[in-house]
Design a protein around this ligand. Structure first.
Ligand code: LLP
Length: 438
């Protein structure tokens, strides 16, 4: 298992931010999600400093769907990032965390009326319009509330970046955005420019997630800025703002070779600056990107207790842990690969390869297929690193498992950010069958 930046092995035990994981287990129990606070702060800094230009303002917009609760929203906001939301629930959480409305970008291919009203009432800074219907809905509500809003239009530039097909977003049949090759897009831009209520500021796009090749982002920037030029000519619009989305890939296992973000961001800015000049885009004053996974994934670690080992007639032995697909659906949904280690026996000799399986009633409830581990025993602590993004936010109560507790750690201190769900929590919205008489 490749250690992350703030992990050390001390006396055969894994420490994170100078805390032995057994201490975290004693204090908070397992399963436990542990987030490295310093790592997240440094990564936000890398993005903010790296994606910087003298020619225009830049925004790093954290894609909050990757991992969201009050604590992380406050931490990320404090680093100087903007944040995005795709639902009323995400908007509500961000506002409750104290994120100013004007720093929020509101996405979504099917924003509901109540979500749009909430966004207007709370002064959300930018709506990212996904389609004609979305535009009509937002405009109608703006008019009825007598409010104005800045809007971007999401464009699908048709780049099939190589990644899992469930997280490609720029194929011609994608449900997101308006195609850059569609005549309807030109018509919609003309309508948006004419709107009395919505202030058309420019375009957004996002070509997919967990993309490990830089060239797709350069291609995206060039296509999008060329498209901006074409729209300025065909519709008379003025493009002031461009949001190029996220999707920057991370390391999960040995097959993944992510690029160096610091170097990449500098080249990316240069490519964007050159394309803005080349296409003569005179009005651009803001360029943004929207990383989710790249800001957070490396810094989350899942800690489980081993409850048993099982040898089957065929296949690698199982090591059973006390969580599973209810806290990390990614292996079942995307065949995602992770690494693992026994955190209390980091230097013990490897005995063989295990499959790490959870406790849920599904054959697909397997977190790692090929973890080289020492002979596992009941009571061992098993860690899976790099689970910061799209795990907790995609978790469920399947089999009525409560969601794990979640802590942040920095410099030997731990801070509870989300408490473990109790049995009572699982019943909080349930009614009795015969409640009419109650
Ligand atoms: N911007 C937009 C409009 C997005 O839809 C997304 C992700 C992002 C930014 C951030 O992408 P990132 O930098 O995190 O790759 N559940 C899947 C990933 C879904 C991504 C959804 N959109 C997974 O676990 O791999």
């Amino acid at each position: 298992m490749k250690l992350t930046q703030h992990m050390q092995v001390v006396n055969n035990e894994l420490n994170i931010a100078d805390i032995p994981v057994s201490r975290l287990k004693e204090e908070y129990g397992t399963p436990l999600y542990i987030y490295d606070q310093k790592g997240i702060k440094d990564q936000a800094k890398t993005f903010i400093n790296g994606f910087h230009s003298k020619k225009f303002t830049t925004h790093i917009i954290y894609a909050s769907k990757a991992f969201l609760n009050l604590y992380i929203a406050q931490l990320i906001n404090e680093q100087g990032c903007y944040l995005d939301a795709v639902s009323g629930g995400e908007i509500y959480t961000l506002l409750a965390a104290g994120v100013p409305g004007e720093k929020i970008y509101f996405h979504g291919n099917n924003k509901t009326e109540s979500e749009i009203i909430l966004a207007f009432e709370q002064g959300i800074g930018t709506f990212v319009i996904d389609s004609q219907t979305d535009f009509y809905k937002v405009e109608k509500i703006a008019k009825s509330l007598n409010k104005e809003a800045k809007v971007l239009l999401r464009i699908n530039p048709g780049i099939e970046a190589s990644t899992h097909k469930y997280i490609q977003t720029s194929r011609d049949d994608s449900k997101f955005g308006m195609s850059s090759h569609d005549e309807d897009t030109v018509t919609l831009v003309k309508e948006m420019v004419k709107s009395d209520w919505l202030d058309f500021a420019g375009f957004h796009c996002h070509i997919g997630s967990q993309i490990l090749e830089e060239r797709f982002f350069f291609e995206e920037a060039d296509l999008m800025l060329g498209f901006c030029r074409q729209m300025e000519e065909e519709t008379g619009c003025q493009v002031r703002e461009i949001n190029l989305g996220g999707g920057f890939g991370v390391y999960y296992s040995q097959a993944d070779r992510p690029f160096d973000y610091e170097k990449f961001l500098q080249s990316y800015i240069q490519v964007i600056e050159a394309a803005i000049d080349q296409y003569g885009l005179e009005h651009v004053d803001t360029v943004s990107i929207e990383p989710g996974r790249a800001l957070i994934n490396d810094f989350g670690t899942a800690l489980y207790s081993v409850g048993g080992v099982k040898h089957t007639l065929a296949g690698k032995p199982f090591v059973f842990v006390d969580g599973g697909m209810s806290d990390n659906i990614r292996p079942a949904l995307y065949q995602a690969k992770y690494e693992a280690a026994l955190a209390n026996r980091m230097n013990d000799e490897v005995e063989g390869e295990y499959r790490v399986a959870g406790k849920l009633c599904e054959t697909g409830d397997q977190l790692v297929q090929d973890a080289p581990l020492p002979e596992a025993r009941i009571g061992d602590l098993l860690v899976i690193p790099r689970v910061g993004a799209y795990t907790y936010t995609m978790s469920s109560n399947y089999n009525r498992l409560g969601r794990p507790a979640l802590v942040f750690v920095e410099d030997g201190q731990s801070y509870l950010a989300v408490k473990r769900e109790s049995y009572q929590d699982l019943l909080r919205n349930d009614y009795n069958y015969k409640n009419k008489e109650d």
